[in-house]
Design a protein. Structure first.
Length: 344
């Protein structure tokens, strides 16, 4: 393998500054059709930070929201619309249904899933919990409704540290699932006794310390922003570590003019809105051995598109259902987190 020797070579090989997507005339006409369908179907569109720019922009333009999975669901529960369209991955639609059982929840595609979700099957996870009855079960939001139903607590990356620190102070030992990298970060920060499920995000696990160090050769004064689902060697290089919303806030708070961002590139749409004067650079995945310049985009998030969004609204496709008994049990851990958050 040829070693990269100078800044120009590194820039050519790795650096990918953010540029907003532009819409063609055909796409603009399709967007107008979707806006009309949202009105006709009494529907609100909510989009995750990791979906493509065009969907985030459309959600904003039609009175919906762009947020993390929990805030998407909470926004939807307060919406007067009878239908909520969730542009994201399957567990996000399930969470929305759990908080709004009276609403019809649609997704552009039900095939959009998550490596953390599918890597933590409910039956296997339940057996894992049964084998460790002395531990408090804390699961990340990136899990199925059935896994959430087995948990004592459901947490997002934004509140995981606070919840686990609270449990640690009470002397409780934690069984954590599914992301081992986020779990390691939480254990390191809180000192809690945590037993980990062996799961990982296929996007965040591919960020490599070498790739970030290579980019730092081009932008030595840049700050590095990292999601804690990334490996420890990457987190160790971060100037700021946190959830999607926390990274956007960090982008505003940091004095740096250039930001190297190690999370799904979908976040750049909202982050650039927050800091329009700053240069955002996508951290590479896989270092020099990657099969592409950078693949920092979830393939399942990328399955959400204008075409299947329009079709789901036209035909009522992609409806999310959750078994009522599962929903009620899963709400226990979710409500516990919300009460904890509201009580702080």
């Amino acid at each position: 393998m040829t070693e990269l020797l100078d800044r120009d070579q590194v820039r050519e090989h790795l650096v990918r500054p953010y540029t907003p997507q532009s819409s063609s005339s055909d796409q603009k006409r399709q967007i107008e059709r979707i806006k009309q369908l949202l009105i006709e179907r009494d529907a609100t569109l909510v989009a995750h930070y990791y979906t493509d720019d065009v969907l985030q922009s459309l959600a904003e333009a039609t009175g919906g929201c762009v947020a993390d999975s929990l805030e998407m669901a909470r926004f939807g529960s307060k919406s007067p619309s009878s239908t909520l369209v969730v542009a994201g991955v399957r567990f996000m639609g399930e969470t929305a249904k759990m908080l709004s059982p009276e609403k019809r929840i649609l997704m552009p595609t039900l095939e959009a899933t998550c490596s953390l979700d599918i890597g933590c099957p409910a039956a296997e996870f339940s057996a894992f919990c049964d084998a460790h009855p002395d531990r408090t079960v804390v699961v990340y939001a990136n899990t199925s409704a059935e896994v959430k139903a087995r948990a004592d607590w459901v947490v997002t990356s934004a509140i995981a540290l606070d919840v686990v620190a609270h449990l640690h102070e009470k002397g409780e030992k934690v069984l954590w699932a599914p992301d081992k990298h986020l779990g390691r970060y939480v254990a390191e920060q809180t000192g809690a006794d945590m037993l980990m499920w062996d799961g990982a995000c296929i996007v965040h696990e591919e960020f490599k310390a070498k790739g970030i160090l290579d980019i730092k050769r081009v932008y030595p004064d840049a700050a590095v922003l990292v999601h804690p689902e990334s490996p420890q060697a990457v987190v160790d290089l971060a100037d700021a570590t946190g959830s999607t919303s926390q990274l956007i806030n960090a982008a505003k708070a940091l004095p740096h003019d250039t930001l190297i961002v190690a999370t799904d590139r979908g976040i750049f749409y909202k982050m650039q809105q927050a800091v329009p004067e700053k240069l955002l650079v996508e951290a590479p995945t896989g270092g020099n051995g990657a099969t592409c310049r950078s693949c920092a985009h979830c393939p399942w998030m990328a399955m959400n598109a204008l075409d299947n969004l329009e079709q789901c609204l036209k035909e009522g496709l992609g409806e999310v259902t959750v078994d009522e008994a599962v929903r009620v049990q899963a709400l226990v851990g979710l409500d516990r987190m919300l009460a904890f958050k509201n009580g702080r």
